[in-house]
Design a protein around this ligand. Structure first.
Ligand SMILES: Nc1ncnc2c1ncn2[C@@H]1O[C@H](COP(=O)(O)OP(=O)(O)OP(=O)(O)O)[C@@H](O)[C@H]1O
Length: 251
């Protein structure tokens, strides 16, 4: 994995007269774990939604592996190799862990026929199991999703995002609602995932982000405030200023 994977150039987003993002230019190299942070309302989710094709930018261009993504529907983003998880739990509680992932794999076959000449069912099962293995849930494959712990449910959502075998995995607050133990497990999982693919996170937990990421991008009021290695971000006076008095702080 090397070279530029994703490039956002001059990205802007307006909601009516409100400017949620303005002139964001960022390039993401393959094989890095990058976190996007910023105070509430900074524009993180909006930017993430644009990177994953959920929202169309008002201005600017997105390129993935040199190909322009603007105007493509969301399922084509997945086809190109970009997959994401959501902040809101997005699983079927009364299906088994394995079925949850298999349904996601099956949905892919509708949007693009990747298994034309193979035994579809075998392939679907294998893909689902590989995704579960990647997040450490293979041993729970037969359990109903509703009986998983919160942390395991978040891992299941990641397995669902992994089933398309993305080059770029976008994770929206993967540790939301987790206590210290579950957060620790999730951090270990994120490190494992980032060994094999490019991972981009939106997170609120500053201390965790600074410990985990190779690079941290800080947004504030829809603009790029800082971009650098965790040490640079930690000592950046602008970043310290915007986080001063915030409950998430540096703690
Ligand atoms: N669909 C929308 N219509 C109008 N305004 C929106 C919409 N989505 C987001 N906004 C506004 O854009 C700004 C950025 O929102 P966004 O959700 O991207 O911030 P965020 O950094 O993810 O915040 P948080 O940390 O609270 O999730 C906010 O002021 C928000 O109210």
């Amino acid at each position: 994995m090397s070279g530029e994977l994703l490039r956002a150039e001059g990205i802007g987003k307006r909601f009516g007269g409100f400017v949620a993002l303005e002139d964001i230019t960022l390039s993401f190299a393959a094989g890095q774990l990058t976190s996007i942070i910023g105070p509430n309302g900074a524009g993180k989710s909006t930017f993430f939604n644009i990177l994953s094709g959920v929202l169309t930018p008002t201005s600017g261009k997105l390129h993935f592996r040199g190909r322009e993504l603007n105007g493509l529907p969301q399922h084509r983003f997945v086809h190109q190799g970009i997959s994401r998880s959501y902040q809101i739990t997005n699983i079927f509680p009364d299906l088994s862990v394995h079925e949850n992932v298999r349904v996601a794999a099956q949905a892919l076959t509708v949007s693009f026929d990747i298994w034309r000449n193979r035994d579809r069912l075998t392939e679907l099962h294998a893909r689902a199991d590989a995704a579960l293995d990647a997040v450490g849930l293979l041993g729970k494959r037969g359990d109903l999703a509703k009986f998983l712990s919160h942390g395991q449910q978040r891992a299941l959502e990641i397995a669902i995002a992994l089933v398309s075998e993305p080059e770029l995995l976008l994770l929206d607050e993967p540790t939301a609602g987790m206590g210290p133990e579950e957060t620790k497990d999730m951090v270990a999982l994120l490190e494992r995932l980032a060994d094999k693919r490019t991972v981009l996170l939106v997170e609120h937990k500053m201390k965790m982000v600074l410990g985990l990421s190779k690079r941290v991008v800080v947004l504030h009021h829809g603009r790029l405030l800082a971009d650098g290695a965790p040490d640079e971000i930690r000592s950046n006076p602008d970043v310290r200023r915007v986080y001063l008095g915030q409950s998430e702080g540096y703690g």
